[in-house]
Design a protein around this ligand. Structure first.
Ligand SMILES: Cc1cc2nc3c(=O)[nH]c(=O)nc-3n(C[C@H](O)[C@H](O)[C@H](O)COP(=O)(O)OP(=O)(O)OC[C@H]3O[C@@H](n4cnc5c(N)ncnc54)[C@H](O)[C@@H]3O)c2cc1C
Length: 388
């Protein structure tokens, strides 16, 4: 088989890239290790920036998002039982949208089926060949047989544990990493959200987040240790741990109910540099990870795809190598700012250290955020997404 761009991974990065390339007449094949149902079942991100909405519209898959997504003009932060609101709309003129990653994935998958563009699910042993030469190839196994795809470029969109980044010779790639000593225990339930806006909670006993997927579906998180086993957290225990971290009004409004999903996510900051190796380009979680506190992971994947899709379109339509040459530097400049913001939110809202000095600094950071219009504007500007 031959294609122009072989895309590894059918997460948001791979599917969105495939759709944007297809819209511009560029052939591509997506190879995904898991089944489509497995990919659709992963409950992950929920907050998307205006620039990500624009990109989904550009890819022609934004209709359901506009119909079902919830526009949020602000966010609330509760510090030791006292809630504060920051209005994105007043501070930046912009908003964010709450629309689940599973829904975005479904819209992108449906768009791909409608475009009759090829996706190979359950592709095993995906291996990248000769990407430093002019004729890269990708081999894989499916339905018991070996296959090979010749292509012009390979897009490594296969997430943090994927094969693309690992295929780069170690001396050519640098990794920058911080692993936090905590995780998020998340619970999804068909109960009405406690608030119309997200509530980030900084509490002496640990972080919590009250989030939602729709007016009838809530997503709550509490900070937990990395040693926790999700099996040790029956729903009642989760709700009892969450309640004392909330303010009185939120506690009164909280509707508890049976979980429909529960999982623990470790928190990590990671960046690999550069993002280009000959004819291989890394995008999304394959290249970088942020802790979920700033809601940036999915948005950064979309941001990489924006730069990469434009660079590939420029290559094929205008015969210009400029976008491809600058892809890594342009994408990384945005990545590092989101890494900074996600790290700052993580360090400011979680109980990370038992040193009272660190806790006093957290409170000073938050007091400054609530009192200084300059600090609030900087926060809002980062949360809604920095301009390109
Ligand atoms: C548990 C969890 C919770 C999260 N919560 C949030 C949140 O609240 N907010 C937020 O913004 N972000 C969150 N994120 C991050 C966000 O989900 C990711 O940033 C986003 O999924 C990145 O998209 P991606 O396409 O780059 O990678 P992925 O979504 O990881 O997609 C990569 C795809 O590649 C496939 N793949 C892997 N290896 C191979 C291989 N060898 N061959 C073929 N295919 C392969 C995988 O199966 C997967 O489908 C969370 C992530 C996790 C893991």
């Amino acid at each position: 088989m031959r294609t122009q761009v072989a895309i590894i991974g059918a997460g948001p990065a791979g599917l969105l890239l495939g759709q944007l390339l297809h819209k511009n007449g560029i052939d591509n094949v997506i190879l995904e290790r898991q089944t489509a149902d497995y990919v659709l079942g992963r409950v992950r991100a929920g907050v998307i920036e205006q620039v990500t909405m624009d990109l989904l519209d550009e890819a022609g898959v934004g209709a359901r998002m506009h119909q079902d997504g919830l526009i949020h003009d602000g966010v609330q932060i509760c510090v030791d039982g006292v809630r504060h609101r920051l209005s994105f709309k007043e501070l930046t003129g912009k908003s964010v949208m709450v629309y689940g990653q599973t829904e975005i994935t479904k819209d992108l998958m449906d768009g791909r089926v409608a475009a009759v563009a090829p996706t190979v699910y359950s592709a095993q042993d995906v291996t990248l060949h000769d990407f430093f030469g002019d004729n890269p190839r990708v081999s894989y196994r499916a339905e018991g047989r070996g296959h090979e795809i010749a292509c012009d470029f390979i897009a490594g969109c296969d997430g943090f544990h994927g094969i693309s980044r690992k295929s780069v010779p170690p001396g050519l790639i640098s990794a920058y990493e911080r692993v936090y000593p905590l995780g998020w225990l998340g619970l999804l339930s068909d109960t009405p959200p406690v608030s119309e806006e997200l509530i980030y909670v900084r509490h002496a006993t640990g972080f919590a987040l009250c989030s939602m997927r729709s007016p009838t579906r809530s997503r709550y998180y509490i900070q937990c240790s990395l040693a926790e086993d999700v099996e040790a957290w029956p729903d009642e225990r989760f709700w009892e741990e969450l309640k004392p971290r909330l303010d009185d009004e939120a506690r009164d409004r909280l509707v508890t109910g049976p979980s429909i999903e529960k999982s623990i996510a470790p928190l990590r900051s990671f960046v690999a540099e550069p993002l280009r190796f000959g004819r291989l380009f890394l995008a999304g979680d394959a290249a970088h990870i942020v802790p979920p506190t700033g809601a940036k992971g999915l948005n950064l994947a979309a941001s990489d795809v924006r730069y990469l899709s434009r660079a590939l379109i420029e290559h094929y339509q205008e015969k210009s190598a400029d976008g491809l040459e600058h892809y890594s530097a342009r994408a990384l400049a945005r990545v590092w700012k989101a890494e900074r913001f996600s790290w700052w939110m993580t360090m400011t809202l979680h109980r990370i250290s038992d040193n009272p000095f660190d806790q006093k600094l957290q409170l000073a950071e938050l007091d400054y955020l609530f009192r200084s219009p300059a600090a609030a504007t900087a926060f809002a500007e980062n949360y809604v997404g920095l301009p390109y």
